[in-house]
Design a protein around this ligand. Sequence first.
Ligand code: HPA
Ligand code: ZN
Length: 335
Amino acid sequence: MSEIREFIKKLPKAELHLHIEGSLEPELMFKLSERNKVEIPFKTVEEIRAAYEFDNLQSFLDIYYAGAAVLIKEQDFYDLTWEYLERCKEDNVIHTEIFFDPQTHTDRGISFNTAINGIHNALKDGEEKLGITSKLILCFLRHLDEDAAFKTLEEAQPHLDKFVAVGLDSSEVGHPPSKFEKVFAKAREMGLLTVAHAGEEGPPEYIWEALDLLKVSRIDHGVRSLEDEKLVDRLVKEKIPLTVCPLSNIKLCVFADMKDHNYKSLLDKGLVATINSDDPAYFGGYMNQNFIETAEALNLSKEELALSSKNAFNASFISKELKEKYCSLVDQVLK
Ligand code: HPA
Ligand code: ZN
């Protein structure tokens, strides 16, 4: 194994941008479709994988929402989350902050409780049995209206102890952050933190809105920030982290090739950039694969990879003490 791959394997990592529904591997999709007697339009695991060719975000989302239809019972959400945590263990991801999309499930008659309890119980077991710490983030689907988001936030009320923040995902263009200003204000009043997908396919203006109107602690993706110098200055000055997802960006044609990715430029400009997997079952790899392909295409140094990892721990929603502990583990590997 090359020296850089060896280093990535050993590097303790935090993941801050992972949709749990996007970690549904074709094998589990097949198993759940049989277990729950839910038909899917594929006969084999290979057929499912072959369907994963995307032109843009929407072409992916259509398949991603269809795949989620096999998730019915609390145990299904548990199994989904547990399999993801096992991948974390393999990749030396020691902390993870995962998104879930309640509306993807409640809109097809699955209760909010079923989804959150299955995910929460797996995260609890992950901490006890695998030593992986975690946080959960509730995402609103931005292609739906703000009233639907308010209804979801109401359903989440009895579970406030199970998640730390709200986020915003799904089809970006045409659904600016401003559409959700009121529901995010309500979430903040309830003591929740906020994050939002912005500047993946959408323009830099959406990143400004996420900062000014939704008061986000982090920007998910944010790669289009480099088109706006004033925005970059602000993101650097306020140390706003970007949760970048390199393999996702290639699969969804945000960049034509990994060699064209702007990840190194983000670091060079002093932005708090991090590497994440987004929807690893659909985009060709978990955390180590994202680190490896980015490092090899852009010639990232060990120092830049360690910085990416420390950026993620520092950008996470854990205590100052735990951040220091995790960052010192990174420093030990670097030495
Ligand atoms: N962007 C927006 N919505 C999403 C994504 C993404 O990359 N993955 C899952 N939902
Ligand atoms: Zn995402």
